[in-house]
Design a protein around this ligand. Structure first.
Ligand SMILES: Nc1ncnc2c1ncn2[C@@H]1O[C@H](COP(=O)(O)OP(=O)(O)OP(=O)(O)O)[C@@H](O)[C@H]1O
Ligand SMILES: [Mg+2]
Length: 273
């Protein structure tokens, strides 16, 4: 086999995200707070991985570490073959798109200016090209060109999420990180946003890491689920395997009333009578 070919195959086999023995510690008034301890997790190309865990278990911190916005106390976070903090310093948005948990749009910018922001920051493209590229992204997330010149205050919650997603995808990153993408949406808008994520995952060949509490979204989209509890990943497997795993958090989360309903709904949607 040629060196180039084996190199390519090796690159393909390399995980898009590799987290090894991560420990995260924050200083608090009452002493150091250990959020993660010996946490390891890998994400392969093309996966749609959902990360679930209790509130405060460090899911958002984990995404921020993948983006290189935070450096762990110990351990290694490698993203697309490079240390995450190196990517972060280089401006991660060209390689990693992020939809933030409370990710507001810039309220003084129009929809199109918000989407164009990362491309404009780059400073290498002529304004007409930036505008055209942002317009393509606007339509990619299911919004019509008539929305381009609206202000964020004039949009519904579902539209705001779509614009934020278009901005996250502005630079065509191969990896997309989503923090609670359907939080705050009504059930119909959440369903529509979920379908959009599913089609973008397939059509763009994205690798996606999603943090969410929304069971419908988890079962609809995930190829794999990782559960963060007791400061590390306690199980990391296909959805059906995780839902049956014996752990108190998994039991409450997946086999409580909401979890059973979500699994039943999905089962009947896939197996109509
Ligand atoms: N920069 C920081 N300094 C100090 N403590 C922090 C910092 N960032 C996060 N924490 C703490 O780390 C813990 C984990 O936070 P994180 O936001 O990752 O939780 P989460 O799992 O995303 O929770 P939720 O489901 O509520 O969004 C919390 O106790 C939080 O207060
Ligand atoms: Mg969070």
């Amino acid at each position: 086999m040629s060196g180039v070919l084996s190199g390519l195959l090796q690159a393909k086999a390399q995980p898009v995200v590799r987290i090894e023995n991560l420990s995260s510690v924050f200083k608090t008034a009452s002493g150091p707070a250990v959020i993660h301890k010996n946490l390891s997790l890998s994400v392969a190309a093309g996966e749609f991985l959902s990360v679930v865990g209790g509130s405060g278990s460090g899911k958002t911190v984990l995404l921020r570490q993948m983006l290189g916005l935070e450096t762990p106390a110990q351990g290694r976070v490698t993203v697309l073959g490079r240390p995450a903090d190196e990517l972060g310093r280089a401006g991660a948005s060209s390689r990693v798109g992020m939809l933030f948990q409370h990710g507001a749009l810039f309220s003084a910018f129009t929809v199109l200016e918000n989407i164009a922001f990362p491309l404009r920051e780059l400073g290498t493209l002529p304004p007409a090209l930036v505008r055209d590229a942002a317009m393509v992204k606007l339509q990619m997330v299911g919004l019509s060109p008539t929305h381009a010149h609206k202000m964020p205050a004039d949009l519904s919650g579902g539209m705001i999420k779509r614009v934020a997603l278009a901005r996250a995808l502005a630079m065509d990153p191969p990896l997309l990180l989503l923090d609670e993408p359907t939080a705050g949406l009504d059930p119909d808008s959440a369903d529509a946003f979920c379908s959009l994520l599913q089609s973008l995952h397939h059509e763009l060949g994205l690798t996606v890491v999603m943090v969410t509490h929304d069971l419908d979204t988890i079962f609809e989209l995930s190829t794999r689920i990782a559960v963060v509890a007791d400061k590390h990943v306690v199980v990391d497997a296909a959805p059906a395997v995780v839902a049956a795993f014996d752990h108190p958090f998994v039991h409450d989360f997946f086999r409580g009333g909401r979890g059973r309903r979500a699994q039943q709904l999905l089962h009947s949607a896939h197996n109509p009578a």
